[in-house]
Design a protein around this ligand. Structure first.
Ligand SMILES: [Zn+2]
Ligand SMILES: [Zn+2]
Length: 390
């Protein structure tokens, strides 16, 4: 089959590799009909995720038709059309049973490495390095899906692939980011980063009762989408003092919650950004926490900072004193994707939201190298790329 394989920093190649097969009786094989490039794939593309090996198949947002199931698979069957969540979950451990799916204890065969790095491992992830299990990803014609009875959701109605694909990651991720804000009627929510996760965080914040969402970015197309489709007030951070402006917009109190939908590769300006670039280049700091610092500083007393943006390692000069003094709640982590599949599919089905609004580029898997490049540079108004395998 064809697959998008990683060979190093900025080096993606479409190659012919061996077809996946059932290797455990709980597996299924999915023939992929649509897949996407995620912002967090760019962290791999740009060399910030350790544990990659040449030839690894990328991709954790995919859907398709089940073409083969293992002997113990009962809930899904051959011919089912499914969306596959990016977190691989056993369904039986303490964490799965308490709906903390991304913390599953049993799906990362390389757990000891993360246990050393983080004290514990999260669930295995599709196409996201050997630290997370080395599972082949879904930017391919086929994928093996472990624990096929647990994660995948069957799509039975007439919705298009583009309308349901993002249940695999970015819609639940944006939704959980908003849910983590514990939004109360009248709340103001500030969202840093108007990429796809930020866009879904904006929409979700309104769904959960926010009165006003303020979206922050510097890329015109993204700000336009946040304003026109997300109905957010928008701020271009490159031309203003963001903290002063947020204060002005909230009567001097600050937003009730702040969402960092950017994560470790924050862009920015000024001396702190230069400091982070330098330390990151010298491998003295793994992540650039520019947005996290601002979110903590901007948030009102007693508010919540919610972090769906990915962090991988160590960060510097985070204003912990401010977070403490203001009594902030910090919530973060990989998305507990399976928990959100049914409720969010219901919202799509009812017409409340059509997630395909984030797509700017449609291409084929053969064009994956160019698609990565365009998405990475945010060229041609690129907000989100979907790829058909053939
Ligand atoms: Zn993702
Ligand atoms: Zn589990």
């Amino acid at each position: 089959m064809k697959a998008a394989c990683w060979y190093g920093n900025g080096d993606i190649r479409v190659e012919t590799v061996r077809d996946p097969t059932i290797i455990d009786p709980h597996d299924a094989v999915v023939k992929i009909s649509l897949t996407a490039i995620c912002g967090s794939d760019l962290h791999i593309y740009n060399g910030y995720i350790p544990g990659m090996e040449p030839g690894d198949i990328l991709g954790h947002e995919f859907m398709g038709e089940i073409v083969e199931v293992g002997a113990k698979v009962e809930r899904v069957k051959k011919g089912d059309r499914v969306v596959v969540p990016f977190t691989i979950c056993c369904g039986k451990c303490f964490f799965c049973k308490t709906q903390q799916w991304s913390l599953c204890d049993n799906t990362n065969p390389n757990a000891p490495v993360l246990q050393k790095m983080y004290g514990a491992t999260g669930s295995g992830l599709f196409g996201y390095s050997h630290l997370y299990g080395g599972y082949a990803g879904g930017q391919a014609e086929y994928a093996r899906v472990p624990f096929a009875d647990v994660g995948p959701i069957v799509i039975e109605n007439g919705l298009s692939d583009e309308q349901v694909l993002f249940l695999s990651d970015i819609f639940p991720t944006g939704y959980m980011a908003a849910e983590n804000c514990n939004i109360q009627p009248g709340d103001v929510v500030a969202v840093w980063g108007c990429g796809p996760v930020g866009q879904f965080a904006i929409r979700s914040a309104y769904m959960l009762g926010a009165e006003r969402v303020i979206a922050i970015d510097h890329i015109p197309e993204r700000l336009r989408m946040a304003k026109n489709i997300g109905k957010a007030d928008v701020i271009d951070y490159s031309s203003t003092d963001i903290l002063a402006e947020l204060n002005d917009m909230t009567g001097g109190r600050g937003p009730d919650s702040c969402i960092d939908a950017v994560g470790m590769e924050a862009h920015g300006n000024g001396i702190q950004h230069a400091y982070d670039r330098t330390k990151q280049a010298l491998m003295m700091e793994t992540d650039r926490p520019g947005v996290l610092r601002k979110a903590i500083m901007a948030c009102r007393k007693g508010g919540t900072v919610s972090i769906p943006g990915v962090y991988g390692g160590f960060i510097d000069k985070v204003p912990m004193g401010a977070a403490f003094a203001k009594g902030l709640t910090l919530k973060m982590g990989q998305t507990h994707t399976p928990k959100y599949l049914r409720p969010l599919l219901d919202r799509v089905q009812s017409g409340e939201i059509d997630p395909s609004f984030v797509i700017s580029h449609r291409t084929t898997l053969d064009e994956a190298p160019a698609a990565y490049e365009i998405f990475n540079r945010r060229e041609n108004g690129c907000t989100k790329v979907v790829m058909r395998p053939s």
